[in-house]
Structures are given as structure tokens and as C-alpha cells.
Ligand binder design. Structure first.
Ligand code: NDP
Ligand code: 8X3
Length: 250
């Protein structure tokens, strides 16, 4: 029997790459708000594995609960949870920030991750096994100018990850934080609200990371023997040395 992996934010970027890399060895529950994207990915991955799709907004606690409660019995035994859903919304100094952007980041990146974990983790506790992988960010380790609330949401993810590891320690549940630097996905198009020029400039003059680079880390941590927990990974493109230092070729 393949283990069941539950992946949030699987409709693009890092989450989609995680679904692809886990597909051969796992049954997958892939999640996201965009149903058409879920359906397309599911139909592709069904050649390799069983796939179930769930469309809900992670920031809506009631929707999270009813989506997961409504899983067919054969899909309820989730052994791998990848909390990946999230985005940056806007980039501006604190005194010019948009409240709607702040809400989207705190509610989606931090509270959403907590809501999903709250519903899925009790079964792992009862079974005394499971893996929870939280996708944080270098923005959750170091702040950068105009990153204020996005960074706060990701510092929150880092703190929540460490807290979960303490609380779930007696139950043999592995809690893993993966913190990427610049990864070229739909992330910047979302952050800059469809501004292609601004989005492109984020990755100009460097070879960024791609979703697959992060997915390989997820597979690596899951594939460790049960007595090994890789607690925390920070992964940069080689051109990046910190949140604020990126060596760009002209
Ligand atoms: P993408 O924009 O490509 O993907 C974001 C995913 O999250 C989509 O599948 C989207 O699905 C889902 N999502 C966002 N908000 C919600 C929500 N409220 N409810 C449900 N699903 C949601 O970006 P990435 O793949 O780059 O981002 C994935 C994670 O990686 C995020 O947590 C991000 O913060 C983190 N990260 C990204 C980095 C980067 O440079 N790209 C670096 C460090 C961390 P849908 O729109 O269909 O709901
Ligand atoms: C995404 C990386 O540096 O754009 O979390 O915040 S960064």
C-alpha cells in the first residue's frame, strides 16, 4: 500500500513539482483553489498513482474542516502532509501596505497552514506516525526591506514548525521546515499582481531555483529512515547568499 500524501498549493510552482516527484511512490491528495488546474494535473498523474483532488481556500477554517472531513474513507489515512500553499501579495513599505494584502498573507500563509495541520494531525497522533513538511522561506529567517508582512507570515511559519515539532515529539511525528530562497514559479506574478516586467526582474541575471529543486528536498526528507528527522533546510540558488544579497550577472 502506498502512503497517502496531502499537498496544499499543488496547482502551480513548488507544490505541483512536489506532486510530480511524489506521484510514483505515494497516493496523492492534491489541493488548491483552481479546480481546472487540479483536474489537469490529476489526469496526468493518474498514469502513475491514485490521485484525489480537493479544492478549498486554506484561509477558510470551515472550508478546510469540511474538505478534509469529507474525504472518502480510503483517503483518510494521511501519512505525509506538505503545507506548501501560500503567496506574497504586494511589496511595499509598512506605511503604504494594503490591508487586504496583509490579511491574505497572514490568513493564507500562516493561519491556513495551522488550520490544515489542526485537522490532519490528530489522526497522525492517534497512529503515532506521520511526516509534516512546512514550506517556509528565507523570508522567515531574515527580513528584507518592504517584505514586512510576508516576512512576518513566514517567521510565523518557522515558529509554528518548531512548536509543532515539540508538541508532536512524543508521537514519533517528523516535523520538517524547508526554507527556499528565490524559486521561479507563479510567486512573483501573484506578488506583483500580474506585472510581468516586475516579476521577470526578480530572476534576472541569475539561475534561480525551480520547483523541482524544492521537490527533491521534500522527497529526500520523506525518504530518510524513520529514526532520522531533517529538521530544517535552507536552500538558495547559488547566486544568492542571503535575503538581500544576490549576485546578478549583467
Ligand atoms: P505559486 O504562486 O506558483 O504557488 C502557490 C500555490 O499556493 C498555488 O498552488 C496556489 O493555488 C496555492 N495557494 C495560495 N494561496 C492559497 C489559499 N489561500 N488557499 C489555497 N491555496 C492557496 O508559488 P510557489 O510555488 O513559489 O509558492 C509555494 C510556497 O513556497 C508558498 O508558501 C511560498 O510562500 C513559498 N516560497 C516560495 C518562494 C519563491 O521564491 N517562489 C521562496 C520561498 C518560499 P491556487 O491559486 O490554485 O489556490
Ligand atoms: C519567497 C522568497 O525572497 O521573495 O519566499 O521572499 S522572497
Amino acid at each position: 500500500m502506498k502512503k497517502i500524501a496531502f499537498i496544499t498549493g499543488a496547482t502551480s510552482g513548488i507544490g505541483e513539482a512536489i506532486a510530480r516527484i511524489l506521484a510514483p511512490d505515494h497516493s496523492l491528495i492534491i489541493c488548491g483553489r483552481r479546480k481546472e488546474k487540479l483536474a489537469k494535473l490529476a489526469s496526468e498523474l493518474r498514469a502513475k498513482s491514485k490521485v484525489h483532488t480537493l479544492s478549498f481556500d486554506v484561509s477558510d477554517a470551515t472550508a478546510v474542516q469540511s474538505a478534509i472531513d469529507g474525504l472518502p474513507t480510503e483517503w483518510q489515512d494521511i501519512e505525509v502532509l506538505v503545507n506548501n500553499a501560500g503567496n506574497a501579495h504586494g511589496r511595499s513599505p509598512i506605511h503604504e501596505g494594503e490591508l487586504a494584502d496583509w490579511d491574505a498573507m497572514i490568513d493564507g500563509n500562516l493561519k491556513g497552514l495551522l488550520y490544515v495541520t489542526r485537522v490532519i494531525s490528530p489522526r497522525m497522533v492517534a497512529k503515532k506516525s506521520g511526516d509534516i513538511i512546512n514550506i517556509g522561506s528565507i523570508a522567515g529567517k531574515e527580513v528584507y526591506p518592504e517584505g514586512n508582512v510576508y516576512c512576518a507570515s513566514k517567521f510565523g511559519v518557522d515558529a509554528a514548525t518548531k512548536g509543532m515539532r515539540l508538541d508532536l515529539n512524543p508521537y514519533g511525528i517528523r516535523v520538517i521546515g524547508i526554507h527556499p530562497g528565490l524559486v521561479e514559479t507563479e510567486f512573483s506574478m501573484v506578488r506583483f499582481k500580474g506585472d510581468k516586467q516586475k516579476s521577470k526582474s526578480v530572476y534576472e541575471g541569475i539561475t534561480p531555483l525551480y520547483g523541482k529543486d524544492i521537490a527533491e528536498m521534500v522527497k529526500f526528507v520523506i525518504d530518510r529512515p524513520p529514526h532520522v528527522t531533517i529538521a530544517d533546510i535552507t536552500i538558495f540558488p547559488t547566486a544568492q547568499a542571503s535575503s538581500t544579497l544576490v549576485h546578478r550577472q549583467p
